[in-house]
Design a protein around this ligand. Structure first.
Ligand SMILES: *Cc1c(COP(=O)(O)O)cnc(C)c1O
Length: 392
């Protein structure tokens, strides 16, 4: 235990091909809005089996324009999971809507279908049904999308999958992103995620009218398609028109070039992550920690590998274990503080105890390092440290 390893919880994997791909764009005519963004969009769309893809400068902006495309605005309510990054919820606030949270299933840390059904039934009586629900595929494991889809037919809400963790994951033999059970799926290409473009995100859909709106909101609400423009006097030059209030959420060709080479590595990244996860499963099998359960319907891409430290089982607190890992240079992390416990959300009136399972999860979870280049030696070191603090 003498050598002080420095191991992150996640990090990008960049190869020679990635570097060359970016250099090629730097030497070309276009740095942004060139031919590489559409090439990246079609490679992701064809990989996951979706009709349309809209690349953006982050998943956060993709979530924002996805909400706008579905008509979210003041007076609407959007529901998501409390165990997620704040972006899954902030996107609704950007639109002037309200947010609310559905507690998690303690076994998977994904939105609980039972809690969701109960909350919908109650909201129907109060006339406060959500316009959109944003399930989050926590750690890379898809939510039970067919059940959520069934509920959407009964209670008439739309679905945005926040699949920021789940690029390359599967649900019922289809890749996450195929939008079989949702209107729009969102991917993130932040460096800690499965593949990266530096910063970047994408919205995927099979609905052409949603696609048109996403494209428009991504770039100021401007169109240069003569068929979409309003009639104007022939002597005036109208090479573009702004029809809506949109944003500059465009991805650059430099980022897309990195994405194009990264996606060729996606299968191998996901298999390596799954291999590391299964090694953790067996290394942890005789230790007094709780792991996340895997549904038979989902095949996780393992963005995260969380364990739960429960004092009543192992005699140590989450803080004891977290601090001990940090002392040995292991960059464990915490995913997530329930969104509504954030000071900004508390100001909206959310209080402690609102989602009991989410809070329990928050008080126990620690994400162990997982990324394709984590070596077996480093992984063994992580488990050695854990054994030592647990006194096993
Ligand atoms: C990372 C993440 C986001 C935001 O992604 P960015 O690309 O950094 O904007 C949104 N939702 C979840 C669940 C995430 O993990």
């Amino acid at each position: 235990m003498k050598n002080q390893a420095k191991i992150a919880y996640s990090r990008q994997t960049i190869g020679e091909a990635d570097i060359n791909s970016v250099i090629k764009v730097l030497q070309s005519d276009f740095l942004t809005q060139g031919p590489v963004v559409p090439r990246f969009e079609s490679s992701v769309a064809s990989y996951v089996g979706t009709q349309y893809a809209v690349a953006t400068n982050s998943a956060t902006s993709a979530l924002h324009i996805a909400c706008l495309a579905l008509g979210v605005g003041p007076g609407d309510v959007v529901w998501t999971s409390p165990i997620t990054f704040v972006a899954s919820s902030n996107c609704a606030l950007y639109c002037g809507a309200k947010v609310d949270f559905v507690d998690i299933d303690p076994l998977t840390a994904n939105m609980s279908i039972v809690k969701l059904s109960e909350k919908l039934e109650k909201a129907k009586k109060d006339n406060s049904l959500p316009k959109v629900i944003i399930p989050v595929h926590y750690a890379g494991q898809s939510c039970e999308m067919s059940a959520i889809y069934e509920l959407s037919l009964k209670y008439n809400f739309r679905i945005i999958e926040d699949a920021s963790h789940s690029v390359g994951g599967c649900y019922l033999d289809k890749l996450v992103g195929a939008c079989v059970y949702s209107d729009i799926t969102i991917f993130s290409f932040h460096p800690v995620k499965i593949i990266t473009t530096g910063e970047g995100g994408m919205a995927l859909t099979n609905n052409i009218s949603l696609f048109d709106k996403l494209v428009s909101y991504r770039s100021h609400g401007i169109t240069s398609d003569p068929l979409k423009m309003l009639p104007r006097p022939a002597e005036e030059i109208w090479n573009y028109q702004q029809l809506f209030l949109g944003f500059n959420y465009r991805m650059t060709d430099i980022q897309a070039a990195l994405g194009c080479s990264q996606i060729t590595m996606l299968d191998s990244f996901v298999s390596r992550r799954r291999e590391i996860a299964s090694q953790y499963d067996s290394m942890l099998s005789d230790l007094p920690v709780v792991t996340v359960e895997q549904s038979v319907n989902a095949r996780s891409s393992y963005h995260l590998y969380p364990i739960r430290i429960r004092k009543s089982i192992c005699g140590k607190t989450q803080r004891d274990v977290y601090d001990f890992f940090k002392k040995f240079g292991i960059g464990v992390n915490l995913h997530y503080i329930p969104v509504y416990r954030q000071p900004y959300y508390e100001k909206m009136g959310f209080t402690r105890g609102y989602c009991k399972e989410a809070e329990m999860f928050y008080s126990e979870a620690i994400s162990l390092p997982i990324f394709p280049n984590l070596t077996n030696y480093e992984q063994t070191y992580v488990i050695d440290i854990l054994r030592e603090i647990l006194g096993e």
